[in-house]
Design a protein around this ligand. Structure first.
Ligand code: AMP
Ligand code: GLY
Length: 420
């Protein structure tokens, strides 16, 4: 069969690697892809938001299955466009992708269906928001309602900071329309865990857990980024936590969406905070995490095509999702200066040393081909993943493997998974 993957990051590279392992697949296309993806798929110069072009391409090439990796096209309704054209596609429709696309929607859903989450209020008026903050307990969290590249969340220690935050989001419109409505939410403390799942509208199957490191610098210091590294499984995701989430969060979320006539098919990513009062949902995403996909997918034993098809056909109950009994760590190699400003266009050396190296992966994020050479083309450049019998071993393997890669301005955190 022929498969089209939509997106261009490390997550989409990891999806392509899993798809390429399926004996059912003869050909992979990726729109728009990147230099690493180009080694296993044919990259097509169509942007992820160019829905009509994507549909035309899928029809012309007789694509059997399209997999949408990114949030923007999902929230924008790309799946509906494919379905209207009679094409098979993996991902939630627009009316379900709102689970990620609107924080106001997801918070109201959790409240209505008693799914544990932080207490909150929604505001569409900056005056009302500021009035509320006058007496609210600090620290407090402000969230832009819409998609903001994972950056629309402000953790405010003081009242002044919170007032300033309302101005940034709602008046200065730092994240554009995404800040027309904001959620003001209780600040929670605890360990964070990412749990990804496959969903077919009614059945949910949980993948192995993971945890990412969002801050740019060692010791979880510095600015928030798209993710500087990740590991799987999370040792904090205990059997008790799993049992609690199965009882109160996972199926409850899927059932809530179905009850709202928004059946969810695709990936639900649960961002969980393990608080003193038990696990609570920080956020939902409607797609694989990036870089979580780079540690979770390499450990999955199933043929990913079977799982995608089961989700689309509403037969996920027939799938026994299996993961290797080991661990994986992914260290992101970034351009120094990320996430603020950084140079691009430096040649990347040493990539070929990963060819055929069992248990090791180098997933491309910001790379491109330039005159036959692979060069840096973004803030997050590569994700180096290694497996091991234990997290400690996987971590040692991953850091050893980062030494194989060289480019100017190479920057990484040195403590991914270190507290373990
Ligand atoms: P989100 O995009 O909603 O996951 O938020 C991004 C990050 O902000 C999360 O991964 C948490 O580290 C932090 N965060 C979000 N909401 C809260 C909260 N209510 N309390 C504490 N930290 C939070
Ligand atoms: N790693 C967090 C995310 O993909 O949103």
């Amino acid at each position: 069969m022929k498969v089209l993957v939509v997106g261009s990051g490390g997550r989409e590279h990891a999806i392509c690697v899993s798809v390429a392992k399926s004996p059912k697949v003869d050909k992979i296309y990726c729109a728009p892809g990147n230099a690493g993806i180009g080694q296993i798929a044919e990259c097509v110069d169509i942007g992820a938001m160019e829905f009509d072009k994507l549909v035309d391409f899928a029809k012309e090439k007789e694509i059997d299955l399209t997999v949408i990796g990114m949030d923007d096209p999902l929230v924008g309704g790309v799946v509906d466009k494919f379905e209207e054209a009679g094409l098979r596609v993996f991902g939630p429709r627009k009316n379900a992708a709102i689970l990620e696309g609107s924080k106001e929607f997801s918070k109201d859903l959790m409240k209505k269906y008693n799914i544990p989450t932080a207490g909150y209020e929604n505001f569409d008026s900056p005056e009302e928001a500021m009035k509320y903050l006058e007496t609210a307990k600090m620290p407090i969290v402000l969230k832009a309602d819409g998609l903001a590249l994972g950056k629309g969340v402000l953790i405010c220690q003081t009242r002044e900071e919170a007032m300033e935050g309302v101005k940034t989001l709602m008046l200065d419109k730092k994240f554009g329309e995404a800040g027309n409505t904001i959620v003001i939410e209780e600040f929670m403390t605890g360990k964070e865990v990412s749990v990804l799942s496959f969903v077919d509208g009614k059945t949910i199957k949980i993948m192995t857990s993971a945890q990412d490191h969002k801050r740019a610098k060692d010791g979880d210091q510095g600015l928030n980024t798209g993710g500087m590294g990740t590991f799987s499984p999370s040792p904090f995701y205990t059997d008790d936590v799993d049992e609690f989430c199965k009882k109160y969060i996972y199926q409850a979320s899927v059932d809530a969406m179905a009850a709202e006539s928004r059946p969810f098919t695709g990936i639900i990513f649960f961002g969980l905070m393990l608080t003193e009062d038990g696990p609570k949902v920080l956020e939902y995403n409607a797609r694989f995490g990036d870089p979580e996909a780079q540690v979770v997918l390499p450990r999955m034993k199933n043929d990913i095509i079977d799982v995608f098809e089961a989700c689309i056909d509403g037969k996920l109950d027939e799938i026994d999702l299996e993961f290797e009994d080991n661990a994986a760590v992914c260290v992101v190699l970034a351009s120094d200066g990320y996430p603020v400003s950084y140079e691009k266009g430096f040649e990347i050396k040493g990539l070929e040393q990963f060819d055929g190296k069992d248990g090791y992966y180098v997933f491309h994020a910001g790379t491109k081909l330039d005159d036959g050479k692979i060069v840096t083309n973004g803030g997050r450049v590569l994700g180096v993943t290694a497996k091991g019998d234990t997290l400690k071993e996987a971590r040692a393997n991953a850091y050893e493997a980062t030494k194989l890669i060289d480019f100017d301005n190479k920057y990484m955190r040195t403590d991914i998974g270190k507290e373990l």
